[in-house]
Write a protein that binds this ligand. Structure first.
Ligand code: NAP
Length: 255
């Protein structure tokens, strides 16, 4: 039996957990940071909460006898990604990164890559109305541009009160570009600011912006660690099957 730790928090991680839970020879634990109040259902055992940095994760790997780790955290979850790379390398545990491809600008779209939210709002002209799809913690950064207005869309309410120039819309992105266009129009949005998260769920807002000629300020992804990386759930399953087959082969040759 290979004990697998799946670092989760994305739709791909959820889909992968259901595939892995059905495979023989695998004992799966999916791990969440514990920031979402009612997380979706996962396959396998579910644990929640941080490990306590690299040393805590190394202790966990050893205590649980983890034989493989799949890091399927969000492309912007840079700390967990880095900690997993360091801890697995130190403990000699095979690690795979599952990361969805980045969005690419449609032909003719007005996209500009920026380093972070602060850089993005610094580029807005006075009187701009920025639509922010960059996480619920954006509020304090947005307070720095009082001469602009912002519409912040978030799945859960921000932990702190929002500045007066920010209007909150609670909800998930629509997968329907027409619905996203109607929203951008109704809010009088002049600029769209978002993280380059990739994936189908947030794509419609980009198509809507392109159709309306709304410029996009795209926050680029944080740097990746040098670990083997795949882009699909199927490739992650194949990687793990090979690890399990190897483990079974070396067990048989020792017997
Ligand atoms: P982060 O900055 O990389 O991680 C902060 C800390 O949270 C980590 O050091 C770790 O604590 C803990 N943590 C993160 N992911 C964990 C996991 N899967 N299992 C156990 N502990 C975890 O991450 P973040 O950007 O705050 O994101 C938190 C979670 O939300 C991630 O799992 C991510 O997949 C998901 N998410 C993030 C975004 C985003 O835009 N950042 C968007 C959608 C979903 P310790 O150091 O104590 O181990």
């Amino acid at each position: 039996m290979t004990t697998v730790l799946l670092l989760a928090g994305t739709s791909e991680a959820r889909a992968l957990s259901h595939r892995l839970a059905a495979l023989p020879g695998i004992g799966l634990t999916a791990s969440l940071a514990g920031v979402t109040r009612s997380p979706a259902a996962y396959g396998g055992r579910l644990r929640s909460g941080g490990f306590g940095g690299v040393p805590g994760l190394q202790r966990y790997l050893s205590a649980e006898g983890i034989g493989a780790v799949i890091d399927a955290t969000h492309p912007f979850a840079a700390t967990m990604h880095r900690n997993a790379a360091i801890a697995c390398s130190g403990a000699d545990v095979p690690l795979l990164r599952l990361e969805r491809p980045e969005w690419v600008a449609p032909p003719g779209a007005d996209w500009r890559d920026v380093a972070d939210l602060g850089a993005a709002i610094g580029l807005l002209p006075a009187g701009a109305v920025g639509f922010i799809a960059a996480g619920r913690s954006a509020g304090p950064v947005l307070a720095a541009r009082q001469e602009a207005r912002f519409v912040l869309r978030a799945i859960e309410a921000p932990p702190e009160p929002l500045p007066a120039n920010v209007r909150l819309i609670l909800g998930r992105p629509s997968e329907d570009a027409a619905a996203e266009m109607a929203l951008l129009r109704a809010e009088g949005v002049t600029h769209l600011i978002c993280k380059n998260s990739g994936g189908p769920a947030g794509r419609a807002k980009l198509d809507a912006a392109a159709a309306l000629g709304v410029p996009v300020l795209m926050i680029r992804r944080p740097p990746r660690q040098p670990v083997p990386t795949v882009a699909t759930v199927g490739d992650a399953v194949r990687w793990l099957r090979a690890i399990v087959a190897n483990a079974a082969g070396s067990g048989a040759s020792r017997a």
